[in-house]
Design a protein around this ligand. Structure first.
Ligand code: PGA
Length: 259
């Protein structure tokens, strides 16, 4: 059976009232694979979702973390703070954070270590810009982000990480990577993990695709052999489209229906 993670990335959308309404509606869907489904919410909506999902297997994640345990870092949140309220996942190195907030590979690496110490699953985002793809270097960009992000980690650590391949040119643009492009890079990532940490590790690590995933393209993308789920922005804001993608993943995981 193929294991998936269908992770919604709400970015800076939804108030607490909106998050609560979404959670109630999502629970009513009674998804058969709740344990494979999670929402990455803004900080102020995290406890709302943790409370709403308490009687389900749905997961809750943050979108960022500081790597220090505590200190004079105005506006930041630590892994200890996330752990205390029951957070299961945390996105690190999203291209929007790399681009707008100067998040470096080194910071990403420290954040992953801080999260692993608290048993929170990091979702490490990697991906090239359009310019980098056109210059023929998407693999170089992704492998550099991966090597730096995972520096100093053991095989045991890496097994606990989720990697999301998100080509920057496909995020929020409506332009999806073709299933072949997505599979090529996710397969490349799995190959790198195998080279660095061994075959078992590359099998265990989930590699997600992100970038304009929606119900209309989810089946083809999720059926690719190296893709274990999606990091979903726009389509995670409505229960209907998000639940539909989760159901597609369930069908594929149940039928073993890979392309
Ligand atoms: P999108 O966002 O699905 O809206 O393209 C994906 C992401 O940025 O994680």
């Amino acid at each position: 059976m193929k294991e998936f993670l269908i992770a919604g990335n709400w970015k800076m959308y939804k108030t607490s009232a909106e998050a609560k309404a979404f959670a109630k509606e999502l629970k009513e869907q009674k998804l058969p694979n709740e344990d494979m489904v999670a929402i990455m919410a803004p900080y102020t909506q995290l406890t709302t979702l943790v409370d709403e999902f308490a009687d389900t297997k749905l997961g809750v994640g943050a979108q960022n973390v500081h790597y220090e345990k505590e200190g004079a870092f105005t506006g930041e949140i630590s892994a200890d703070m996330l752990e205390e309220i029951g957070i299961k996942y945390c996105v690190v190195g999203h291209s929007e954070r790399r681009q707008y907030y100067g998040e470096t590979d080194n910071a990403v690496n420290l954040k992953i270590k801080a999260l692993l110490a608290k048993e929170i699953t990091p979702i490490l985002c990697v991906g090239e810009t359009l310019e980098q793809r056109e210059n023929g270097m998407p693999q170089l960009v992704v492998s550099t982000q991966l090597m730096n992000g995972l520096a100093g980690l053991s095989e045991e650590d890496v097994r606990k990480i989720v990697i999301a391949y998100e080509p920057v040119w496909a995020i929020g643009t409506g332009k999806t990577a073709t299933p072949e492009q997505a599979e090529e890079m996710c397969g490349f990532i799995k190959g790198m993990i195998e080279g660095l940490f061994g075959e078992v590790c590359s099998y265990v690590v989930k590699v997600l695709y992100g970038g304009s995933m929606k119900p209309a393209n989810a089946k083809e993308l999720l059926s690719q052999p190296s893709i274990n789920g999606g990091l979903i922005g726009g389509a995670s804001l409505k229960v209907e489209s998000f639940a539909e993608i989760a159901r597609i993943a369930y069908e594929i995981s149940n039928t073993g229906n890979f392309c």
